[in-house]
Design a protein around this ligand. Structure first.
Ligand SMILES: Nc1ncnc2c1ncn2[C@@H]1O[C@H](COP(=O)(O)OP(=O)(O)O)[C@@H](O)[C@H]1O
Ligand SMILES: [Mg+2]
Length: 281
């Protein structure tokens, strides 16, 4: 049997990938993933799959897959999860949303490493706080290279990363990284992708990922993916291709969520905007 052998930096990383693969198979059984044929301390042999990577023309199909996958994972495994606590199902522990991510976001913003971010460090914290009370789906790094497509059949690959995340977060990764790869996306397609994704949440009576939440998550990915610019096929900075409606969501609401209520007395409205409240050096 032809295999795709993936090498890992150390046995722990290999073990984590294998556990993530097991969890995805358990929590989202309708999704096609490659079988694991063999594993050694720092390598896994996956079943070899034909297919091309995702692209702008696949966004609706991929959004449909992600919505179906996340809604199923929530119903079956994640409904009891708390976003900022590691969650164990099927013997596999999935990292909390804030774990490592918050620190990395802060570090990149503080280093002024991100071109034109629309969230300050304070707004990042407000969104992480907001996410703490949202239902948990997961992040598995939905970049377009982690899907292999043949006709209408889509297989999901790459089990290195798996964390809890709000609904819409991994869809935002797909949108940001697709635009970073191929350039500006048709605005209608991005909105339709979010609607398609949300239709799976509606079907299970889960609250949808709002446009404002989605906009915030795209901004998280702008910050976290910028260090990979000029690798992995990323040649367009998200700040150069952000759809105007996403910018509008962040500018009008200061990077805060719709559920966050009125600003506290010690806060200025729109403090999340970079031009209003730059993080101190
Ligand atoms: N099982 C597989 N069969 C065939 N090709 C694969 C398989 N898994 C991954 N690939 C290809 O190899 C690329 C890199 O693999 P991936 O697991 O995504 O590693 P990376 O950590 O480098 O992103 C994928 O984008 C895909 O093109
Ligand atoms: Mg990959």
């Amino acid at each position: 049997m032809r295999v795709f052998t993936k090498a890992y930096a150390n046995p722990r990383a290999r073990q984590r990938a294998q556990e993530h693969h097991r969890w995805i198979a358990h929590a989202t059984p309708g999704i096609r993933i490659p079988a694991i044929v063999d594993a050694r301390p720092t390598e896994i042999d996956f079943e070899y799959l034909q297919g091309r990577h995702g692209g702008p023309g696949d966004l609706l199909h991929l959004a449909d897959l992600l919505g179906r996958q996340h809604a199923a994972a929530y119903a079956g495994a994640l409904h009891a999860a708390r976003m900022n606590e590691p969650h164990t199902t099927a013997g596999v522990s999935i990292a909390a949303f804030a774990q490592d991510r918050r620190e990395r976001l802060h570090e990149l913003l503080a280093a002024n490493a991100i071109p034109q971010p629309l969230l300050t460090a304070e707004a990042v914290d407000a969104w992480i706080e907001e996410a703490a009370d949202l239902p948990a789906a997961f992040y598995k790094d939905a970049n377009p290279r982690n899907f292999l497509i043949v006709g209408t059949a889509i297989t999901v690959v790459d089990f290195d990363s798996l964390t809890l995340a709000p609904f819409g977060y991994d869809l935002a990764k797909l949108i940001v990284t697709t635009a970073m790869t191929t350039g500006p996306l048709d605005e209608d397609i991005v909105q339709q992708a979010l609607d398609t994704y949300n239709s799976h949440l509606n079907a299970r009576n889960l609250s949808r990922c709002s446009a404002r939440q989605f906009a915030a998550w795209t901004e998280f990915h702008h910050i976290l993916t910028t260090p990979y610019m000029d690798t992995n096929g990323y040649c367009f900075g998200w700040h150069t291709v952000r759809p105007p409606w996403i910018i509008k969501q962040l500018l009008h609401h200061g990077g805060r969520s719709p559920h966050h209520g009125e600003p506290r007395r010690d806060e200025q409205p729109q403090r999340g905007l970079r031009d209003r409240a730059r993080p101190r050096a």
